[in-house]
Design a protein around this ligand. Structure first.
Ligand SMILES: [Zn+2]
Length: 157
């Protein structure tokens, strides 16, 4: 079975963006989702990434999205990571601070976890945004920030 990497997940996002990984390429890992994982990837595109794209009007491509268990292990992430299910994505919007994007997302979208990764209070564009989506009835709506050592509740404080 061949997989169409140009498959549209939403107006502006394609399947190839969900599976792209320099580490996977380098190590020859076949980072392809199964049907169940693909369904989760589509939800993230439609309920998180596309609304962000529409709101800010700036093209961007996620830095990390789906990670098969092998790839996830290679980059040192826990096997429970929502990236392995296709439910989580890491991204930044060029020219807009991560704090501003995350605050808009928190106020306007349903999400499971929203984390300002490697947050730095003196630098609103430090790190990146991690966001996960399961479905509206299961999403926990937890917003946090991670300073490289600890998780703190909320996007600011
Ligand atoms: Zn992440």
């Amino acid at each position: 079975m061949s997989i169409d990497l140009n498959l549209s997940l939403s107006e502006n996002f394609r399947l190839k963006e969900a599976i792209a990984s320099q580490t996977a390429s380098r190590l020859g890992i076949n980072n392809l989702p199964n049907v169940e994982q693909t369904a989760c990837i589509v939800k993230v595109a439609q309920h998180i990434l596309q609304p962000v794209r529409n709101r800010f009007g700036i093209p961007f491509s996620p830095s990390s999205w789906f990670r098969c268990l092998d790839l996830n292990h290679q980059i040192g992430s826990k096997s429970t990571s929502q990236h392995t299910k296709g439910q989580a994505v890491d991204f930044e919007v060029p020219g807009i601070s991560n704090l501003e994007v995350a605050k808009w997302l928190e106020a306007n979208l349903s999400f499971d976890q929203l984390i300002l990764e490697y947050w730095n209070q003196d630098e609103p564009n430090a790190g990146w945004i991690h966001c996960s989506f399961i479905d509206q009835s299961s999403n926990r709506g937890h917003a946090k920030r991670f300073d490289g050592k600890h998780y703190l509740t909320g996007l600011e404080g």
